[in-house]
Write a protein that binds this ligand. Sequence first.
Ligand code: GLN
Ligand code: ZN
Length: 758
Amino acid sequence: MARSSILGYPRIGEKREWKQALEAYWSGKLDEEAFRGRMKEIRLDRLRKLQASGIDLIPVGDFSEYDHVLDTAAMFGIVPKRFAYHGGEVHPSIYFGIARGTKEAAASEMTKWFNTNYHYIVPELDGTAPTLTENRPLRAYLEAKETLGIEGKPVLLGPLTFLRMSKGYDQADTDAWLDRLLPLYEQVLRELEQAGAQWVQIDEPALVQASDIGSSERLSRIYGRFAEAAPRLNIMLQTYFESVDDYEAIIELPVQGIGLDFAHGRDANLSALRKHGFPSDKVLGAGIVDGRGIWKASLANGCKLLEDIARFVPSDRLIVQSSCSLLHVPVTVQGEDQLPQTLRHALSFADEKLEEIALLARAAELGAGAIAAETQASEAALQALNAHETRNRKDVQAAVSEIAVHEGRRDKPFAERQPLQQAKWQLPLLPTTTIGSFPQTADVRKARQQWRKGEWSKERYDGFIREQIDKWVGLQEEIGLDVLVHGEFERTDMVEFFGEKLAGFAFTRGGWVQSYGSRCVKPPIIYGDVAFEGAMTVEETAYAQSKTSRPVKGMLTGPVTIMNWSFVREDIAREQIAYQLAFALRQEVEALETAGIGLIQVDEPAVREGLPLKREAQAEYLAWAVKAFRLTTCTVCDTTQIHTHMCYCEFHDMLGSIEAMDADVISIETSRSHGELIHHFETQSYPLGIGLGVYDIHSPRVPRTGEMTAMIGRALQALDPALFWINPDCGLKTRGEEETVAALRNMVEAARAARRSV
Ligand code: GLN
Ligand code: ZN
């Protein structure tokens, strides 16, 4: 019998109950006991739902009160030394302290989980010897069994991936760290075996990214030990997000199941299967339903894939499953009845995917004919969306293919544009500016809500926004900034704002996905051809410009960032979507220029987020991402100064791509790792305008002038003063008004001091 499974399920609940419980606990509205009770309810509700769905192997232990990587660290007593931890089970105050920081100790770093928008807490292996503080998977297994009679599949983060995600140790010590961790894993597995568990899922997504950490010797040492420790327990060695790098070695391992992703690494995994076959003593966990995408599965394609797979693996050794945990998609499409019908029918979130998996498992057993009616329905829904006019805008497609044959070069190279711009704008040496947003105080947020709910008329709301602009233009002049901004008071979110004004986008009501901790995001859906429908930012920007004689910088979100922070259609390549966005945004750039705005910033903080996991695919992605930016910005006249901004990531290995964007000025977040980035500029020159953030905007602390002059001085040892700008790290929307004004005054003061000394 072919079985069905998933690798994990969203934690947040249909109505984000999980988030509410966490935040109530943090704010003291729920005490510890009530919080634990509430979490248990949520956990069990979720299991009941999975039980009712008919999925055969239900994952347990994938639920978390914050993050599964942090759970793994806590289970092994891996707590940074700065927290007062004295062994034993990690108390919530320490657990959440590591995640969020306490008065005494800074939080651990948080970083992206592979190429998803989920962020995990980076374990710090600062030397403390790990011990098993509690067997979390066992606890989850027993709870599901005893309360609901579920014979669950405990999920563990594998040792290789865990080490790969951690910091604070030398890669050369990997084996020494494995020696410390493996006995703990063995104990976990042994106890699970004793409790009667049949399957355990060990997640090793690190095996899809070639690296020394997953050498075949190491793998067979680890899994050989596990097999010995718990010989009767079936281990599903689970990979996802891409194809595995060393298929031949992996299928030799002494485990009972291998889980492969046939949604994101489909071609490579299939050809490995064809070339090397699949061992007759193992079960294949076939990740057929895309766990990260929001689109309905094509059951016809699924059946075809199953037929391919059936040539190598009989159905009694097959588990049909999601390609990865469903953590990365919203809970359910139900309740999204405001969406266009054609779109809604083509969507599939976590709950809908459960049905698809069950259907495909049936097809694996009984043949495609057994689900013919459902297959027809799914194909019809997908075809209807493909045939929808929003996906067939000949005008957009023709215009985009026409511009996309060009490289997006500006008329003149930077070296020739720069003096023309300088002559026009007459900016002082080391000009000062900000990244775009000013504090979104409670009354700004409230005003927006009142307008959205219809309590405020458009006139009243517009008037309010204008007052904010007036106030901040005045403040910026008084502070002495050289290039002003309007402040972005009308925007909640930098992607949503543009998505709502462009064609081709849709917004769900409850399509939340966990981003980190209790923070959830509701990504827009790009489901049609993206098109410009009219000016989006001109009114506010031109208004701000009318209030001052200093230049006001226009502010747009770039094409690659809009794409990477949305769920996107899959019937055309991402590259094409980026060009469509580029074409639409170019029209906004041109509209701003026509309205007299001569400095325009196109933010691209999320360029790096789209980077493919496989190194060999990265250059191609960066090439078209850069091109999309250039297509957005290349048509302006020589004297119009294009700015861009980047943050949240490492830049040193992509300086070449950043330069290729050909922005006249880039501002980069650096204050936290200032020294590091500067260091790279010592060996690699940067020939365009650049501002390295001189203060960290994540903290309410007002930076002193001296700190900033020091940073500027250090930067000017490596970078040309004639091209250097002075700005904060990022937008100021999360800051308070008073601290913002004080910080900017000091920044302007620092710039003046620096001018005197160059
Ligand atoms: N212009 C945006 C702002 O100032 C940039 C935000 C970002 O980089 N994430 O808020
Ligand atoms: Zn930023």
